[in-house]
Design a protein around this ligand. Structure first.
Ligand code: NAD
Length: 547
């Protein structure tokens, strides 16, 4: 019997060309007969394992990372189940391709490697009819939307419409890392132009080759989009991604109490970094309330992390003022202090009454931090002097070089370990290979928000949350840290092994959903077995029988 429920009436050629349903050479004889597929696929019926072997070999034959990216994206366009099987099995090998660092390169070249469209594009031309654009999307039960305007792609700056690689990649991680069903994911590019002249001059650029739209009209487009989403996809969570920092803070502030929304660069990064700090305390012995954290970079990531650290320190007993005094920032003009006149609003709460410092090294000497966190997008800013200074102040200096992609990292793993005789507790936004120093191998952790947002998204989805709150990121961070094993720590890794990411995301989802139910942020009643309810939501990439 045909399970038309799964197939939405699709058969034959249409079925073969629907990536969510296609099984390619794995359609069984019975399916080929019942679904008008006979003759449309080669005679030999493969298992998914055999197909997996074929696509993995093809993947490995690709000469460089960008070719591997193109191969994976093309596979996703043909057969989503097989794509997710492939990226889940050696996730450590696949994540740097579908996400940072390779996705950064793919965005830079997006117009040149473009094959088929993914997601939805919204421009000024669609103003007044954004609802109709959303209605063109073929899936009705959208639950997670990632939207960017491409203004601050990773640490690479304004990449305009080329930034579409980021929502596409992030949503792949929602599915791979947490099992959010692909049919419920929607990537959106809000193409309001670009101030990147070289892109505007590039004849293969895919976006609107005009200067970036600012001001009231930009806000009206965003507003129209949010309202249309709420009407058409009332259970959807909107994740704002890689907007420039002025818009990112503004939009978060405007919508966080009106819509189910969050900003991963601000809140997700904060979650993963707090988890990293909590785990590192098991190695340093420093209590959270005694941490003095110095940030290089006072943008979305830095201030987001600072705010979550403050909440965590307040939960541990400090006053807000005392907690803020434990967080210090250096931006492109030096230490963020009260008597500076050039500070934008989001930095003011961390501007302390203190003498100025021009350089990071001077700031380290004054602040005497226990942890140094790089979120500046500026490569090699954790110089030898800087890292050695951290090593002098601390037996186990915490050094996180979180800027992405790899080319923008504040220092490498090798440098951090090398300049501290292996004492550093190091994490980076993009992965670094293990480093062997004096016979000991150090496996650094990837302090990337992909440990946090997929689980948060799954929890929001499973509980049908109406809002996303900071408390959810706090419990996500604590859950993530609690899953770091002694073995991880012995290796120097302050995050769980990526191999366990689906378990980690499920645990985070349960913790987030508990907050949703406890705070009444859903119309659903709490299920008796919340973990079972979350588990039942998780997409598995194995093929289903259609007949
Ligand atoms: P942003 O543009 O909002 O902020 C950048 C900040 O760095 C600004 O405060 C700026 O003044 C400061 N800065 C620039 N040059 C500097 C210099 N030479 N010295 C000191 N400070 C300087 O960007 P963001 O969203 O905060 O992202 C910053 C970086 O963090 C990016 O590279 C991004 O990829 C990375 N990031 C990583 C993760 C992760 O999961 N690891 C998550 C989010 C962001």
């Amino acid at each position: 019997m045909t399970t038309s429920l799964h197939l939405h009436g699709k058969r034959g050629f249409d079925l073969l060309h629907d990536p969510l349903l296609n099984k390619g050479t794995a359609f069984t004889d019975a399916e080929r007969d019942a679904l008008g597929l006979r003759g449309l696929v080669p005679p030999y019926v493969n298992t998914q394992e055999q197909q997996l072997n074929r696509v993995y070999q093809s993947f490995q034959r690709k000469a460089d990372e960008l070719e591997k990216y193109i191969y994976l994206v093309s596979l996703q366009e043909r057969n989503e189940s097989l794509f997710y099987r492939l990226i889940l099995e050696p996730l450590e090998e696949m994540m740097p391709i579908i996400y940072t660092p390779t996705v950064g390169l793919a965005c830079q070249r997006y117009g040149h490697i473009f094959r088929r469209p993914h997601g939805l594009y919204i421009t000024r031309k669609e103003k007044g009819r954004i609802r109709a654009v959303l209605q063109n999307w073929p899936h009705a039960d959208v639950r997670v939307i990632v939207i960017t305007d491409g203004e601050r792609i990773l640490g690479l700056g304004d990449l305009g419409a080329n930034g579409m690689g980021i929502p596409v990649g992030k949503l792949s991680l929602y599915t791979a890392c947490a099992g959010v069903p692909p049919a419920q994911c929607l990537p959106v590019m809000l193409d309001v132009g670009t101030n990147n002249q070289s892109l505007r001059d590039d004849p293969l650029y895919i976006g609107t080759p005009q200067p970036r739209l600012r001001g009231a009209e930009f806000d009206e487009i965003v507003e129209e989009f949010v309202v249309a989403v709420q009407e058409l996809f009332p259970k959807a969570c909107i994740q704002f991604e890689d907007f420039g920092n002025a818009n990112a803070f503004r939009l978060l502030h405007r919508y966080r109490d009106r819509a189910c929304t969050f900003n991963d660069d601000i809140q997700g990064t904060a979650g993963v970094t707090l988890a990293g700090l909590l785990s590192s305390e098991r190695l340093t012995g420093t209590a959270l309330v005694d941490e003095r954290v110095l940030f290089l970079g006072a943008g979305e990531a830095g201030i987001g992390i600072g705010d979550l650290f403050v909440s965590a320190m307040m939960s541990a007993g400090l006053s807000q003022d005392a907690a803020r005094r434990n967080c210090w920032f250096v931006d492109s003009k030096g230490l963020v202090v009260k008597n500076r006149t050039d500070l934008v609003e989001h930095k003011l709460r961390f501007a302390h009454d203190h003498a100025p410092a021009k350089t990071l090294l001077e700031a380290i000497a004054m602040v005497k931090p226990t942890a140094l966190i790089g979120v500046s997008g500026m490569p090699q800013t954790f110089t030898e002097d800087v890292v050695r200074a951290m090593g002098k102040l601390n037996q186990r200096p915490v050094v996180f070089a979180l800027s992405n992609p790899t080319s923008q990292a504040e220092c490498t793993a090798e440098q951090a370990y090398g300049w501290t005789d292996g004492r550093a507790i190091f994490a980076s936004g993009s992965p670094f290979a293990p480093v062997t120093l004096n016979g000991k191998t150090h496996v650094s952790g990837q302090g990337n928000n992909s440990y946090i947002f997929p689980g948060v998204g799954l929890g929001v989805l499973a509980s049908e949350a109406s809002r996303v709150t900071d408390e959810m990121f706090y419990v996500a961070a604590k859950t993530l840290a609690s899953l770091v094993t002694e073995e991880d720590l012995t290796l120097g890794r302050i995050f769980p092994d990526l191999k366990r990411i689906r378990q980690v995301s499920a645990a985070i989802a349960v913790a987030v959903a508990e907050v949703v139910f406890a705070r009444g942020l859903t119309r659903l009643s709490p299920p008796v077995d919340l973990a079972g309810h979350v588990a039942a939501t998780i997409y598995q990439p194995q093929y289903r029988d259609y007949v």
